[in-house]
Design a protein around this ligand. Structure first.
Ligand code: ATP
Length: 267
């Protein structure tokens, strides 16, 4: 397995404006993650420890990774990202040392968000896993969480879509003791997400995002993003017969009449 190079959220420019249909969730994220990262002095004044670990819990594609990036972007914090399955594997002890290195780097480069996607892959209930490796990884993660000083401007966010399958020890105080539920968007939420994903698109006048939102029942953010991209590709396909692929530059008349129409969304 390869170790993902930590990326800087600063250069990704993702903000809360890129997150749709999760207003209540954003309020919780701001209180639990942004506030302690930006103003640890408030917690110090009150004599309490800010949260070290937050669990984002919800179905795939609802925006958990996006939220973690957005909060890092808003706090000007460095963003370190690893997926559970990437930690697994390798020779004896390699997974644990990969985790240790990641925690060390994030601590050194704080303020930081350390995001662990698919936590359930590395931290299932210990009594349910046969493998010694999983047991060691969970134990290592517990040790690392316990070893984090409470006020060092680092929040570990972990995402899971199967919160019941997590080792309970991970959810004790001082570890992942806060939980935010990231749900499937309702119609209003779907509309907000569609607005975000069509922000840069030349939409034809017949496109009604509210009626697309109405019919896209059950779609999550990732599905809606894909729907918008597909619609744009469809618009391009319609235009293709007019395009001379060998031309040095596409004439501006063609660019200006390239619109994404209602039909492009439904085909
Ligand atoms: P997984 O559990 O599969 O990792 P996830 O919940 O982390 O999924 P993301 O990776 O954040 O989901 O979502 C994938 C993409 O879908 C995002 O990069 C974004 O383009 C789009 N998306 C998802 N949710 C939202 C949302 N609430 N608002 C806007 N875009 C969204």
């Amino acid at each position: 397995p390869t170790f993902t190079e930590p990326e800087e959220a600063r250069s990704s420019h993702i903000t809360y404006d890129d997150v749709g249909g999760l207003q209540g969730v954003l309020d919780q994220v701001r209180e639990m993650i942004e506030l302690p990262l930006k103003h640890p002095e408030l917690f110090q004044r009150l004599g309490i420890d800010p949260p070290k670990g937050v669990l984002l819990h919800g179905p795939p594609g609802t925006g958990k990774t996006l939220l973690a990036r957005a909060v890092a972007g808003e706090c000007d914090a460095n963003f370190f990202h690893i997926a559970g399955p990437e930690i697994l594997g390798g020779g004896f002890g390699e997974s644990e040392s990969r985790l240790r290195e990641l925690f060390e780097r994030a601590q050194k480069e704080s303020p930081a968000i350390l995001f662990i996607d698919e936590l359930d892959a590395i931290a299932p209930k210990r009594e349910q896993v046969g493998g010694e490796m999983e047991k060691r990884i969970v134990a290592q993660l517990l040790t690392l969480m316990d070893g984090l000083a409470p006020r060092q401007n680092l929040v570990v966010i972990a995402a899971t879509n199967r919160v019941d399958s997590l080792d309970e020890a991970l959810r004790r105080p001082g570890r992942f003791d806060r939980e935010i539920v990231v749900g499937v968007p309702n119609e209003q939420g779907r509309r907000e997400i569609l607005e975000i994903h069509t922000r840069g698109m030349p939409l034809a006048e017949d496109v009604e995002l509210h009626s697309i939102a109405d019919t896209a029942y059950g779609f999550v953010g990732a599905d809606l993003g894909a729907l918008c991209r597909e619609a744009a590709i469809e618009a391009l396909r319609r235009k293709l017969p007019e395009i001379d692929l060998d031309a040095e530059e596409i004439p501006s008349e063609i660019l200006e009449t390239l619109h994404v129409t209602r039909e492009d969304f439904t085909d």
